[in-house]
Ligand binder design. Structure first.
Ligand SMILES: Cc1cc2nc3c(=O)[nH]c(=O)nc-3n(C[C@H](O)[C@H](O)[C@H](O)COP(=O)(O)O)c2cc1C
Length: 394
């Protein structure tokens, strides 16, 4: 199987599975506890049907959207994800090239492996910086300043990771940074020597967002130590309100799932929220983001920009979330598997396929702009959801 044979998410996932050592594949593919939220994130789309209109004249379709003060050519973006150079030596550089080519935004993670300065000086797409909140308030302020000086406009604070999720696949393989593998995990690396050669032949693995201020060098501190010792479990609304004030530009909370929290985000001056459960990697049993989207859009959609991520594998998935009122849709594993499978070429191919699917689906729905998508073209099979959607249509 080669890149040119990949025509959908499952193909990229399979190619990544063949290329990556098991512990790394499972770090991407895995989620918390029994992975029920992870599975539901995608299966929830199947309970929502599209009702197309025809004969509307759809030669030209405009896929652009305005989000957080930026015009995106596409209604989807690349969500921030950690450790990308572990998946492919091009890492964030590959994703940044693809985001630039397709005119969309990309979130560089606090646990990114290429510096936010490098990305912002080499690319002009709207850059998002994904932030984790540290116990050391001085350090938080210094990191905000650093992002500001690099020209970042959109700050995205992840609020669903107050402690690490229970990712049992990683416990079994021993996946951690630095790698401390179990015997089974080591065997998995030994049978994928090409990955190891690639990894060793390229520049040393780094976490440049953190290494300046956080002591992680020397292999003594792992990412889980970082989460437990450096991040602040007492983080609360007052702290974040202070950060929003300090940032003084677009500020977004990633990982909002309740209406109450969405309202509080407005109260403290946030410009956006991402309805997200971290791809099912944190609280298993949490409602899927698609199931929860309508409730949040109804409560706050006219006062704050509501973005969405979780389980999007198809153009129609994105279309359904946009029809419910999401301003843009974040992709996670959808671009990570192509990255792992083939670097920049893989991510570009995947984003191109998603763009083509959405464009085709828009035409088949009878819509020429994202603003024309609405709940009047959705039907839910479950009666409670049906009532919610109908109430919104009238
Ligand atoms: C391997 C991996 C690493 C991730 N790293 C981060 C991260 O560093 N910060 C963050 O806010 N979210 C992170 N996420 C969550 C994504 O931003 C996004 O919310 C999630 O992947 C969406 O679900 P999907 O993968 O089903 O599209 C990560 C997700 C994956 C799969």
């Amino acid at each position: 199987m080669r890149l040119k044979h990949c025509i959908n998410y499952q193909d990229f996932r399979e190619l990544a599975r063949r290329r990556l050592p098991g512990p790394i594949f499972n770090y991407i593919d895995g989620a918390a506890d029994d992975e029920t939220t992870y599975r539901r994130n995608t299966s929830a789309f199947e309970e929502c049907d599209l009702v197309p209109n025809v004969l509307t004249g759809v030669e030209h379709v405009d896929l652009s959207v305005n989000v957080l003060g930026q015009k995106l050519e596409l209604p989807f973006y690349c969500s921030p994800t950690a450790l990308q150079r572990l998946f492919h030596h091009e890492g964030e550089r590959a994703v940044a090239h693809a985001a630039q080519k397709f005119g969309t935004m990309f979130g560089v993670s606090s646990l990114g492996t290429v510096s936010l300065e490098e990305i912002s000086s080499n690319f002009s797409f709207p850059q998002v910086y994904q932030f984790y909140f540290h116990k050391d308030r001085g350090l938080n302020m210094a990191m905000l300043e650093r992002a500001k000086s690099a020209g970042v406009r959109i700050m995205m604070l992840t609020v669903d990771s107050i402690t690490g999720g229970n990712r049992e696949r990683d416990l079994r393989t021993g996946f951690s940074i630095p790698l401390r593998l179990t015997l089974e995990g080591l065997v998995q690396f030994a049978i994928k020597p090409k990955w190891a050669v690639d990894y060793l032949m390229h520049e040393k693995f780094r976490l440049p967002q953190l290494e300046r201020d956080v002591v992680m060098a020397g292999g003594t501190t792992s990412i889980s130590d970082y989460f437990t010792t450096m991040l602040d479990p007492s983080m609360n609304w007052r702290d974040v309100a202070e950060m929003v004030k300090q940032w003084d530009d677009k500020f977004c909370l990633k990982g909002i799932m309740s209406v109450n929290d969405a309202k509080r985000a407005i109260d403290i001056g946030c410009s956006g929220i991402v309805v997200s459960n971290h791809g099912g990697r944190q609280l298993d049993g949490s409602r899927s983001s698609f199931d929860q989207l309508a409730e949040i859009v109804d409560a706050v959609g006219d006062r704050i920009e509501v973005l969405f991520d979780g389980g999007v594998h198809r153009g129609t998935h994105a279309l359904k979330a946009l029809s419910l009122g999401a301003k843009a849709v974040g992709l996670g594993r959808y671009y990570l598997f192509p990255l792992a499978a083939a670097g920049r070429a893989g991510v570009e191919r995947a984003l191109g396929l998603m763009r083509a699917e959405i464009e085709r689906d828009m035409k088949l729905m009878g819509c020429t702009s994202i603003a024309q998508l609405s709940r009047s073209n959705l039907r839910f099979r479950n009666s409670f959801r049906r009532e919610q959607a109908t109430a919104q249509c009238h």
